[in-house]
Design a protein around this ligand. Structure first.
Ligand code: HGY
Ligand code: MN
Ligand code: MN
Length: 413
């Protein structure tokens, strides 16, 4: 059975983690199309070129590298290279660097391949501009209107962020892989939750992946003097936001499931001065569920609740849908192959859903697709103390290697 070189994988992953690393809070800052994100992309592309792989960056900012001509459907290993602000070193990077390690093993062992293999480090998965931008570009799901209107919570347009790094944003519409050109898409990722660690299971094999929608909400009231404006005459935008926060549990009880998650992760009050009643509250809502029908019901309930709160506080309610990413399911055939290969290694595994979104949920639409999890220590992710044990990294990478080989070699199943 194949064995990856864990110390080589570990040193490459730690090397990558230095790009965008913040000494103060020990978080990684590589949001999509920032300088640090692009530095990581060029570092990876050059590393792959120096090691003799075919490598380039496509018009959507996705870094591709691998072995074999693309004269047959390719087996693709992928995950993302960008991070959330103050993120951890494993989210996304693990899947990309495990792919590099598998290519290194294939190259040094001159393993014969019946299908070409590529690793892709996708662009802007984490949602600065909506999320899974690279995966959407590769799978042909991008549209011009969305591309031109996409902006982050600070009002920076995606097209401007791309141009600032030498991209022509329109090129992102040209990077889609033709139908049938991808044999499979395989992702290794940290679980980002507590389930595997709590059940002491080293491998998760994912069936369903949660859908997610993201809104930027504006509650507009009236700035006023904090000392003179009577409490019952205010149009205080913060109080509207505060009321909405308290309604979230009810919205989930009435419209959601045990998989539903609603998060207000970024808030801005204007003018934001202690002696002024907030005239405007600008905040994000990120809501998730495994069912798109439930997502729609949650969206309707949030709209109704915010309209009622706006009336109560004499506010104007406006919102913009930044992204709507439907839930999806990995391929049964890929799930079964992963389970078979895990059993062959005597790895305990759990078939489980993913509460986080992942690139793979787009690739399911153009090829067989599967997702392997390894445990997250204390279930933490999207934070500097995100961590996974190296022996789990090794197990997940070895399992991924087995599945890749089964996909790359004609008679292997
Ligand atoms: O937020 C998510 O679902 C993932 O980390 N992009
Ligand atoms: Mn991720
Ligand atoms: Mn993430």
């Amino acid at each position: 059975m194949q064995q990856i070189n864990l110390s080589r994988l570990k040193s490459s992953l730690l090397e990558l983690s230095k790009i965008g690393f913040n000494e103060k809070d020990h978080g990684v800052y590589r949001s999509g199309f920032t300088d640090a994100d692009m530095k990581a992309r060029y570092w990876l592309r050059d590393l792959a070129l120096n090691e003799g792989f075919i490598a380039d960056i496509d018009g959507g900012g996705n870094v591709w590298f691998g072995l074999g001509d693309l004269d047959k459907p390719a087996v693709v290993i992928g995950s993302h290279l960008d991070t959330v602000p103050a993120g951890g070193i494993f989210d996304g990077a693990l899947g990309v660097m495990a792919g590099l390690e598998i290519l290194r093993c294939m190259k040094e062992q001159s393993i014969a391949l019946d299908y070409p293999i590529r690793v892709v480090a996708t662009a802007e998965e984490e949602g600065r501009f909506g999320g899974m931008f690279g995966a959407q570009a590769i799978t042909g799901k991008l549209n011009m209107d969305w591309l031109l209107s996409a902006h982050d919570a600070d009002g920076v347009y995606l097209t401007d962020a791309m141009k600032a790094h030498g991209f022509n944003p329109m090129d992102a519409l040209e990077v889609a892989w033709p139908k049938g050109s991808m044999r499979s898409f395989l992702e290794l990722h940290i679980e980002q939750g507590p389930v595997l660690e709590q059940q002491n299971i080293p491998i998760g094999i994912v069936d369903g992946i949660s859908g997610v929608f993201k809104w930027i909400v504006h509650l507009k009231g009236k700035a006023d003097h904090a000392g003179t404006a009577p409490m019952d005459m205010r149009s205080d935008a913060f109080m509207g936001l505060a009321d909405f926060a308290h309604e979230i549990p009810r919205i989930i009880d009435e419209n959601g499931t045990d998989k539903t998650r609603i998060t207000v992760g970024k808030v801005e009050l204007k003018p934001g001065y202690p002696h002024t009643v907030p005239g405007e509250a600008i905040f994000t809502i990120v809501a998730r569920d495994m069912s798109e029908t439930v997502m729609k019901e949650l969206a309707e309930a949030c709209d109704k609740t915010l309209l009622s709160i706006a009336r109560r506080h004499r506010l104007r309610y406006e919102r913009e849908e930044v992204s709507w990413l439907a839930p999806d399911y990995c391929s049964d055939s890929m799930i079964e192959l992963m389970e078979k290969k895990a059993a062959a290694r005597d790895y305990k595994y759990l078939r489980m859903p993913s509460g986080a979104g992942h690139d793979v949920q787009f690739f399911t639409q153009i090829s067989e697709a599967g997702l392997i999890f390894i445990p997250s220590v204390n279930g933490v992710s999207h934070a500097p103390d995100e961590w996974s044990h190296w022996h789990h990294v090794e197990m997940g990478s070895n399992l991924l290697f087995d599945v890749v080989l089964a996909q790359c070699q004609q008679d292997e199943v």
